[in-house]
Design a protein around this ligand. Structure first.
Ligand code: FAD
Ligand code: FES
Length: 277
C-alpha cells in the first residue's frame, strides 16, 4: 500500500471547537479534511507528550472530528487544550468499513467506538442502507452519540447499559443476539446483511462469535499499540499471522480476525511486551 509522504508527516492544526460528551470524553473539531473513510484513523501528536492513534469520528471534506477518552498521559494532556491550541495530525491510515448499497447493517458500538460508528452511519445512509445501531455502556452517563444516532433517518437505535440505568439491561451484543432470534434471522430473510463493530476487545470477541455462529459477514475494528501508523515499525503486528494492523487493519474481516490467536487474549505494549486482556 502506498502512503504518500504528505500523509506520513504531521501538520499542526488549531482546535476549532471542543464538545464535552461526558465527564471523560471530548470531541475535537478541526477545520481540515484528510479525506478519511469510516474506520480509518489518524495519528494525533500532542507536542512534548506523545503521539497516539485515534479513529476519525467524522470527515466531510471540510471538517475533521475526533472523539477521545481522557485515560492516560496523552489524552489527559489533550483534555487541557483550549480552542485555538495546535495539535499535530497525520493520516489517514488503515482499512475502512465497506458495504453495498441498500444493505441492512448492524452497528455495534462500545465506548468511544460510537464515534467511528456514527461516521459509518452517516455515509451508509447516503448509500440507502438501513441501520440497526446498538450503543452500549457500563451505565447511562457513559453512553455516547445517542442524540446524533436518534436523529438519523432509516436508523433504529438500541441502547443498552450493563447496570440497566438506561435502555435494555445487559450487553449490546446480547441484545443483537436476542433480536436475531426474535426476528427469525435467516439467509433468506436477513435481519441484517453485515455486522460492524468498534469498541473494547471483549465486546469484539462476542460480536465475532455471534457473527460466526449466525453466519453473518462481519467487520471489526482492532486496536494495537501503534507508532508509525503506516507499516514501518512493526509494533502493531499480531500473532501468528504477522499482519500489521495499521495497514491490514484496524478494520478486519471477521474471517481474518478469527485467525488472530491473540484476539481477545493479549496485546503488546510499546516495547512488545505481552499483556493479557
Ligand atoms: C486504530 C486505533 C484507533 C483508536 N481510536 C481512538 C479514539 O477514537 N479515541 C480514543 O480515545 N482512543 C482511541 N484509541 C486508543 C488510543 O490511542 C489510546 O487510548 C491512547 O493511546 C491512550 O493514550 P494515553 O497516552 O492517554 O494513555 P496511556 O497512559 O499512554 O495508555 C493508556 C492505554 O492506551 C494504550 N496506548 C498508549 N499509546 C498507544 C498507542 N500509540 N497505540 C495504541 N495504544 C496505546 C496503552 O497501552 C494503555 O493501555 C485508538 C487506538 C487505535 C490503535
Ligand atoms: S504502527 Fe508501525 S507498523 Fe503498524
Amino acid at each position: 500500500m502506498h502512503i504518500p509522504l504528505d500523509s506520513r508527516l504531521p501538520k499542526t492544526f488549531p482546535i476549532a471547537k471542543i464538545r464535552r460528551e461526558t465527564e471523560m470524553v471530548r470531541t475535537l473539531t478541526f477545520k481540515a479534511s484528510f479525506g478519511a473513510k469510516p474506520g480509518q484513523f489518524v495519528m494525533v501528536w500532542i507536542p512534548g507528550v506523545d503521539e497516539i492513534p485515534m479513529s476519525v469520528a467524522f470527515d466531510d471534506g471540510k471538517t475533521l472530528q475526533l472523539t477521545y477518552f481522557a485515560v492516560g498521559d496523552a489524552t489527559r494532556a489533550l483534555a487541557e487544550y483550549k480552542v485555538g491550541d495546535l495539535v499535530g495530525l497525520r493520516g489517514p491510515f488503515g482499512t475502512f468499513y465497506s458495504w453495498k448499497s441498500k444493505q441492512k447493517l448492524a452497528l455495534v458500538a462500545g465506548g468511544y467506538g460510537a464515534a467511528p460508528m456514527y461516521f459509518v452511519a452517516k455515509q451508509a445512509i447516503k448509500d440507502r442502507c438501513t441501520l440497526e445501531v446498538f450503543v452500549g455502556a457500563r451505565s447511562a452517563e457513559h453512553l455516547l452519540y445517542l442524540k446524533e444516532f436518534s436523529m438519523l433517518p432509516k436508523t433504529t437505535l438500541h441502547v443498552t447499559t450493563d447496570d440497566g440505568s438506561k435502555g435494555w439491561k445487559g450487553f449490546n451484543v446480547g441484545l443483537l443476539e436476542k433480536l436475531l432470534t426474535d426476528r427469525k434471522h435467516s439467509k433468506k430473510h436477513p435481519f441484517v446483511h453485515q455486522i460492524f463493530a468498534c469498541g473494547p476487545e471483549r465486546m469484539l470477541v462476542s460480536v465475532s462469535r455471534l457473527a460466526l455462529a449466525k453466519n453473518i459477514p462481519s467487520q471489526l475494528s482492532l486496536e494495537r499499540y501503534m507508532k508509525c501508523g503506516y507499516g514501518l515499525c512493526g509494533n502493531c503486528v499480531v500473532d501468528p499471522l504477522g499482519i500489521r494492523l495499521c495497514i491490514d487493519g484496524p478494520v478486519v474481516d471477521n474471517k481474518l480476525c478469527s485467525q488472530i490467536a491473540e484476539f481477545g487474549e493479549y496485546h503488546r505494549d510499546a516495547v512488545g511486551k505481552k499483556h493479557a486482556f
